[in-house]
Write a protein that binds this ligand. Structure first.
Ligand SMILES: Nc1ncnc2c1ncn2[C@@H]1O[C@H](COP(=O)(O)OP(=O)(O)OP(=O)(O)O)[C@@H](O)[C@H]1O
Ligand SMILES: CC(=O)C(=O)O
Ligand SMILES: [K+]
Ligand SMILES: [Mg+2]
Length: 655
C-alpha cells in the first residue's frame, strides 16, 4: 500500500527506467511490517519476474515483449511494498491500446440514452442562483448542489436553496444538497470592499485587529496566532484564487519581520485585490483553529437542519478525529444523523493522515485548489492517483475539485483542463466538483454541460468496451507483428482489443483481492451482480436497497452499465412520530459513480404476484424503458432479497 507520507518523501533523483517511473520504497514503507497478504503479493511479484511486471505496465503484448528486457530485474532481497498497488493505481486499469484508428476519434458519439456515469457537483452563488439558471444546471447534469459557507450569510444561501427546490420540482431532476464549511481558513477582511493595490517590493502588515480598515499597507486577518506560527523567510499566498479561479489576482508575500501579533511582509508581485474577502495560505503550516468552527456549527444547526443536508463537506480535515467530532455534532441534530461527511483533503496535514480519515469519512473531496498550493506541483498527480485508488478500494466516493478554472471566464476549457477531467475519471473519481466556474463564472451552465460531455464520452468508451461491441481485432503474425485489423466476427485468434480504455476485468480482480477472504455476504453478492452484468452484457443493474449499502457496494466494482438503485423506504420511529426512510439514501447516491436512484412506493410488493398488480420491479423496469436505458430483449441483472436470501437474477426482457 502506498503510504501517504511516502508521496512527500520520494526523491526525484531516480535512475532512468523506461515507462512509468519506479519509486524507491520510502523509509517508512521499508520499515513497515508486511501483512500476510502483502507478503504473498511480494512473493508473487518476485516469481512473476519482469514479464509479469511489464505486462502489468504495458498494454499490448508486443510492446511488453520489447520492453521487458529493458526493465531492471526485481531485487529479490528488496521489497517494494507500494509497487504492486502503485502500479495498479497508475496505469494498469487503463488500456488505451494500439492500434486505435485515429480517425475514429473524430466520429461523433451517437446520441444515446446512455448517461454519464460520473457525477457533477456545482457550487451555487451569484451567477447560478436564479430558478432559470439552476434549472439549466440540473438539465445539464448537476446532481449535487454545493453551498460554500466561506462567504455569504445564511439568509442568502436559504434564498438560493428555495430556488433550487423550485428548479428540482420543475425539472423533475433529483439534486442533493452539500454544505461546505469555512473551517480553519485564513481570510483577509476588507470591509469597505475598496480595491487594494499591492506593489512588488513594498511592505504590507498582516494584523489580527479586524477593526482596522484594509489598505495597501495594512491587511486585517481573521486569526490572532499568525505571528506565532510563521518565521521570517516563510512565504504566504494570498488572493481570490479560490473564488475567482484566476491566478492573476493572487499575491505572494514573504515574511520579513514579526512585531507582536503583526506580521510584516514583503510583497513579491504586484496585483490588485478586489472584493471583500481574500484567503491566505501559508504552506504546510498547522493553523490552531478548530476544523469545525463556531460559525460552522451555527450554519449546520440552523441552515443545515432546516434543509436536511445530505452532505457535509468538511473543509481542511486534518485528522480522523475531525471527522469523529463532526459526526458526534451531527448525531445530536435529528435528521442530520443521516448526513454523510465528506472530508476535504486540502493540506499536507490532511494528506499525511489520509488513511485514517478515509476510514472515518463517508467520502473524500480531493481539494486540489488548496492542496495544489500546499504540495509541490510535481506531487499533485501522485496524490490524486493514490487517494482516488484508496477511495475506490474502500468503496467510498472520491470527488475531485478545480478542473476547469479557465471556464470561469471562457466558453472553452484549455486542452490541459479537458484532458485533466477525463484523466480524473479514468483514475476512478466518482464526481467532479465545480467551484468558481459555476459560483461566479460567466458560463455556469456551459461549464456543467462541457464537463458533462467529457464525463459522458469517457463513460461511453468504458461501456462500449465493457460490451466489446465495436471492438476491432488485430491479427498478429506468428512473429508478433501486427498484420491487419478486422472486425471481431470474422476471425478468432490472437486478439488485441482496440479502443479499450479501462480494464474492468483487472480492476474487478484487484478489488476482490484487496478485500480478501472471507468476503461479507453482501459484498460477495454485489460483486457477483457486477460480474454477471458484464458477462451477460446487461444494459443495467437494478439494485434493491434500503440503507443504500448494497448499491454502494455494486458501484464499488465499477460496473460499466448504469445501476438503478431502487431505494425501498422503511417505516421508522423516533418514539415521537413515524416516518419513512429513503430520501437521504436516494439523494446520497447522486454523488456515486454509476448510481441512479429511484424512490420506490413502499406499498408495492417487490415483484408482481399477479399479472395486474404493480410491483417495485415493474415500476423500475418501466422507468428504465421510459428513460431509454433499456429496451426489448435487453438483459437486466437484479440484486434483491427474496425471503431471507440475497439473490442475483438475470432476466431477459420480452417485446
Ligand atoms: N425492499 C427490498 N426488497 C428486496 N430486496 C431488498 C430490499 N432492500 C434491500 N434488498 C436486498 O437486500 C440485500 C441487502 O442490501 P442493503 O444492505 O442495501 O439493504 P438493507 O435492506 O438496507 O439491508 P439490511 O437488511 O442489512 O438492513 C441486498 O441484496 C439488497 O438488494
Ligand atoms: C474546493 C476547495 O476547497 C479546494 O479545491 O480547495
Ligand atoms: K469552504
Ligand atoms: Mg479549499
Amino acid at each position: 500500500m502506498q503510504s501517504s507520507a511516502c508521496i512527500l518523501s520520494q526523491k526525484r533523483k531516480e535512475r532512468f527506467v523506461p515507462g512509468p517511473v519506479r519509486s524507491k520504497p520510502c523509509f517508512r514503507c521499508e520499515k513497515a511490517k508486511l501483512s500476510g497478504r502483502e507478503k504473498e503479493e511480494a512473493r508473487e511479484r518476485r516469481q512473476g519476474g519482469h514479464c509479469r511486471l511489464a505486462s502489468d505496465l504495458y498494454v499490448s503484448p508486443d510492446t511488453a515483449f520489447l520492453v521487458a528486457p529493458l526493465l531492471p530485474p526485481l531485487r529479490s532481497s528488496s521489497r517494494f511494498p507500494d509497487f504492486d498497488q502503485g502500479g495498479s493505481m497508475h496505469s494498469t486499469n487503463l488500456l488505451l491500446e494500439e492500434p486505435i484508428r485515429m480517425v475514429s476519434i473524430l466520429e461523433p458519439s451517437k446520441p444515446s440514452f446512455f448517461p454519464a456515469m460520473t457525477k457533477i457537483v456545482g457550487t451555487l452563488g451569484p451567477k447560478s442562483r436564479s430558478v432559470e439558471v439552476i434549472s439549466a444546471c440540473l438539465k445539464a447534469g448537476m446532481s449535487v448542489a454545493r453551498f460554500d459557507f466561506s462567504w455569504g450569510d445564511i439568509g442568502y444561501h436559504q434564498e438560493t436553496l428555495e430556488n433550487l427546490k423550485v428548479a428540482v420540482k420543475g425539472t423533475k431532476k433529483l439534486c442533493a444538497v452539500m454544505l461546505d464549511t469555512v473551517g480553519p481558513e485564513l481570510q483577509v477582511v476588507n470591509k469597505s470592499e475598496k480595491a487594494i493595490l499591492l506593489e512588488a517590493d513594498a511592505s504590507v502588515i498582516l494584523t489580527p485587529d479586524q477593526e482596522k480598515e484594509a489598505s495597501s499597507e495594512l491587511l486585517p486577518i481573521n486569526f490572532t496566532g499568525l505571528s506565532k506560527a510563521v518565521t521570517p523567510g516563510d512565504t504566504i499566498f494570498m488572493g481570490q484564487y479560490l473564488f475567482t479561479g484566476s491566478e492573476t489576482t493572487s499575491v505572494w508575500l514573504e515574511v520579513s519581520e514579526l512585531k507582536g501579533d503583526d506580521v510584516v511582509c514583503t510583497i513579491k508581485n504586484s496585483a490588485t485585490l478586489a472584493g471583500s474577502l481574500f484567503t491566505l495560505h501559508v504552506s504546510q503550516l498547522h493553523i490552531s483553529l478548530p476544523t469545525l468552527t463556531e460559525a460552522d456549527k451555527k450554519a449546520i444547526s440552523t441552515w443545515g437542519v432546516r434543509n436536511k443536508i445530505d452532505f457535509l463537506s468538511l473543509s481542511y480535515t486534518r485528522h480522523a478525529e475531525d471527522v469523529r467530532e463532526a459526526r458526534e455534532f451531527l448525531s445530536k441534530l435529528g435528521d442530520l444523523s443521516q448526513t454523510q461527511i465528506f472530508a476535504k483533503i486540502e493540506s499536507v496535514e490532511g494528506l499525511t493522515h489520509f488513511d485514517e480519515i478515509l476510514q472515518e469519512a463517508d467520502g473524500i473531496i480531493l481539494s486540489r485548489g488548496n492542496l495544489g498550493i500546499d504540495l509541490p506541483p510535481e506531487k499533485v498527480f501522485l496524490f490524486q492517483k493514490a487517494a482516488v485508488y484508496k477511495c475506490n478500494m474502500a468503496g467510498k466516493p472520491a470527488v475531485v475539485t478545480r478542473v476547469v478554472d479557465s471556464m470561469t471566464d471562457n466558453l472553452r476549457p484549455t486542452r490541459a483542463e479537458a484532458t485533466d477531467v477525463a484523466n480524473a475519471i479514468l483514475d476512478g473519481s466518482d464526481a467532479i466538483l465545480l467551484g468558481a466556474e459555476t459560483l461566479r463564472g460567466l458560463y455556469p451552465v456551459e461549464t456543467i454541460s462541457t464537463v458533462g460531455r467529457i464525463c459522458y464520452e469517457v463513460s461511453l468508451q468504458l461501456n462500449k468496451n465493457g460490451w466489446l461491441k465495436f471492438i476491432v481485432k488485430t491479427l498478429l503474425s506468428p512473429e508478433g507483428n501486427i498484420k491487419r485489423s478486422l472486425p471481431l466476427d470474422l476471425y478468432g485468434y490472437n486478439i488485441l482489443q482496440a479502443e479499450k480504455v479501462f480494464n474492468q476485468d483487472l480492476y474487478f480482480k484487484k478489488t476482490v483481492k484487496y478485500v480478501g477472504e472471507p468476503m461479507t455476504h453482501l459484498e460477495s453478492i454485489a460483486s457477483s451482480a457486477v460480474r454477471a452484468a458484464i458477462k451477460v452484457k446487461a444494459s443495467i443493474i437494478i439494485c434493491f436497497t434500503s440503507s443504500g449499502r448494497a448499491a454502494r457496494l455494486i458501484a464499488k466494482y465499477r460496473p460499466t452499465m448504469p445501476v438503478l438503485s431502487v431505494v425501498v423506504p422503511r417505516l421508522k420511529t423516533n418514539q415521537l412520530r413515524w416516518s419513512f426512510s429513503g430520501a437521504f439514501e436516494a439523494r446520497q447516491s447522486l454523488i456515486v459513480r454509476g448510481l441512479f436512484p429511484m424512490l420506490a412506493d413502499p406499498r408495492h410488493p417487490a415483484e408482481s404476484t399477479g399479472a395486474s398488480n404493480e410491483s417495485v420491479l415493474k415500476v423500475a423496469l418501466d422507468h428504465g424503458k421510459a428513460s431509454g436505458l433499456i429496451k426489448s430483449h435487453d438483459r437486466v441483472v437484479i440484486c434483491q432479497k427474496v425471503g431471507d436470501a440475497s439473490v442475483v437474477k438475470i432476466i431477459e426482457l420480452e417485446d
